[in-house]
Design a binder for this molecule. Structure first.
Ligand SMILES: C[C@@H](O)[C@H](NC(=O)OP(=O)(O)OC[C@H]1O[C@@H](n2cnc3c(N)ncnc32)[C@H](O)[C@@H]1O)C(=O)O
Ligand SMILES: Nc1ncnc2c1ncn2[C@@H]1O[C@H](COP(=O)(O)OP(=O)(O)OP(=O)(O)O)[C@@H](O)[C@H]1O
Ligand SMILES: [Fe+2]
Length: 558
């Protein structure tokens, strides 16, 4: 008797009407996809749902035919060709999800097998874990409607960082619509970029979060009017007065993928993981893969990108995760099988993993590789020397700009913070052109290794003090706080800036919050503590805005 599990997967969250069969015995994944192609503009939810309605029965039939043909002797004729029907429950476009949900329920009934409800974004991640064989990777999901970093901890995939506005593919697609190219835009930008040169565009990261709206408006303006920070060029090759479209495409890729690579490196540094997998349709982009591979290579991490058929939306990933869930007994009663357009990956109880990774978090000595810098630590001499090394994955012009700017800012804000009563290292030397700082060695441990509610409350007070003084830290993570028996120091101010916007203050707290979620087994008491500390010193409106930031449905849609 065979112990292999066979699962039919169905995917239809947006554009891909797809069915697949996964056999855990042979590891074979058969995928049949019928893509929806809008006649003009982007994806129309109703039209897409009609496509699902027409195409799903056909792709399912072909997948089941394949299952029957390869059935072998273990499954007597007359028995169902699969053990379960797995389907994407969300996130995605409501009309599409409902159409596919109905089809999946009907199939589960007619085949007489259980239903498995899969989170599409977790499937994007798990397919990479499956094909890489990695134990506990950080995952970058770069898809159309989403962009986020996930890491497993204590029974959940935690969101370490994410887009504050649109998904990465949707951002690119909006630009290509603006220039009149057909959907999807990603491959066309990739092609055009091959002929492009670098022009300055905005670059926005906040800890492990990031935003695309500023860069996309700037890209459109550059294309329309030639408004670019270092504009010296003439007309564009296609008749408008702006920057040549190839240059905009090239620079969009350099900045957007540079941002994604930077936040990914920060997530590796924060979690202590040395494995990365990529997921989502934008992962098919060769430049993004090149940047991630180079970054991983330089920090000694392993990088895996699944083959393209597993990156873009496909039912193969739904079938593979469906089989793991089925084997764990994680099936879905019909009456609870409602779809959820806003289904977040961190809502999913991870039933199919029993292993808890042991992150090797040790006390740092000698030379430490942060996400941005190499730091020589000499506790006995009381000195830390920080160098922002060149990042070869980044365009040299952008790289130079970021390293110099951040070194200057770190020097200035580290000192300013101390004057405002927040413990920080004393600065003894700074060289912005070499991107080098010499600082006092502070604390005994990173907060990450010594998390207590008291210390976290301290951080809340410290952040409030910075905000009262009109600036943000920019990257307050549990690794950028140093602690000893009686003090809690903030370090690494390179992403800080002056601002009087409540939104920026709330984001600062949100970044710290997400790092707690990413590093603590039981983050809730700590999350409460940071708010208590903040409330003692800071403005209640910031905490109110924080609730808004958290409540924003940033998933799906444009
Ligand atoms: C919820 C679900 O419906 C959604 N699916 C989705 O976005 O489809 P996906 O196949 O993962 O990604 C499609 C996106 O991937 C982009 N894309 C495809 N090839 C690309 C390339 N070579 N370079 C850049 N982007 C590319 C497209 O422009 C499009 O925006 C999601 O996963 O967020
Ligand atoms: N002044 C200091 N005193 C003691 N330890 C320090 C000091 N500065 C840095 N470190 C240690 O080195 C690590 C990396 O430093 P830092 O955060 O400044 O670099 P980074 O590359 O910006 O890192 P990341 O982006 O990952 O936070 C810190 O987490 C801390 O453990
Ligand atoms: Fe997707």
């Amino acid at each position: 008797m065979s112990t292999a599990t066979r699962v039919l997967g169905i995917e239809g969250t947006a554009w891909a009407a797809s069915a697949a069969v996964f056999d855990s015995g042979t590891d074979d994944v058969f995928i049949e996809t019928d893509a929806y192609q809008p006649e003009s503009g982007g994806i129309h939810p109703r039209e897409a749902a009609e496509h699902m309605h027409d195409a799903i029965p056909k792709v399912v039939e072909r997948a089941l035919e394949h299952a029957r043909e390869t059935q072998g002797d273990e499954r007597p004729a007359g028995e169902p060709p699969v053990d379960a029907v797995a389907f994407s429950r969300g996130p995605g476009l409501g009309p599409c999800l409902r159409t596919v949900g109905t089809a999946a329920r009907a199939l589960s009934q007619s085949l007489g097998v259980p239903l498995v409800g899969v989170n599409h974004m977790v499937a994007h991640l798990e397919i990479g874990r499956h094909t890489s064989g990695f134990d506990s990777p950080v995952c970058l999901n770069a898809s159309g409607a989403n962009a986020h970093l996930l890491a497993y901890r204590n029974g959940r995939y935690r969101v370490l960082g994410e887009t504050m506005d649109t998904g990465v593919g949707n951002a690119i697609d909006k630009f290509t619509r603006h220039v009149g190219w057909s959907h999807p835009g990603g491959p066309k930008v990739e092609e055009a970029a091959k002929e492009g040169e670098y022009v300055d565009l905005p670059y926005v990261v906040k800890g492990m979060d990031f935003s695309f709206s500023g860069i996309m408006s700037a890209a459109k303006a550059a294309y329309d009017d030639g408004v670019s920070a270092n504009d010296a060029s003439g007309g564009s090759s296609d008749g408008s007065d702006g920057v040549p479209v190839e240059d905009v495409c090239y620079s969009l890729q350099e900045n957007i993928f540079g941002m994604l690579t930077e936040v990914t490196e920060r997530a590796l540094s924060l979690t202590g993981s040395d494995e990365l997998v990529l997921g989502g349709g934008v992962g098919q982009n060769a430049r993004l893969r090149e940047m991630l591979a180079e970054m991983c290579d330089q920090r000694g991490a392993d990088f895996h990108a699944p083959e393209p058929r597993f990156l873009r939306d496909n039912a193969g990933m739904i079938a593979v995760l469906g089989a793991k869930m089925y084997d764990a007994g994680d099936t879905l009663p019909l009456e609870e099988s409602r779809v959820d357009p806003d289904f977040r990956p961190d809502q999913v109880p991870v039933t199919w993993r029993t292993d808890e990774p042991d992150l090797e978090l040790g006390r740092d000595r000698g030379t430490v590789q942060g996400a941005e810098a190499t730091v020589d630590l000499e506790p006995d001499a009381g000195r830390a020397t920080k160098r922002r090394e060149k990042k070869s994955y980044r365009h040299p012009e952008l790289d130079e700009r970021l390293r110099t700017e951040r070194t200057r800012l770190e020097a200035r804000l580290t000192s300013l913070a101390r004057r405002k009563g927040v413990p920080t290292p004393v600065l003894s030397d700074v060289d912005p052109h070499e991107a080098r700082l010499e600082l006092e060695y502070v604390g005994e441990d990173d907060l990450r290794e010594a998390l207590t509610p008291e210390r976290v409350r301290d951080v809340g007070r410290h952040l409030a003090r910075l905000h009262e003084a009109g600036f943000v830290h920019g990257d307050p993570t549990t690794r950028n706080v140093r602690v000893n028996a009686d003090r809690t120091y903030l370090i690494d101010f390179g992403l800080g800036y002056h601002t009087d916007h409540v939104e920026d203050y709330a984001m600062d707290l949100h970044v710290f919050d997400q790092s707690l979620v990413g590093t603590a087994d039981d983050p809730d008491p700590l999350r409460a503590a940071v708010r208590e500390g903040y409330r003692e010193v800071g403005d209640e409106r910031v905490l109110e805005r924080l609730r808004d930031v958290e409540g924003r449905g940033r998933y799906v849609g444009e």
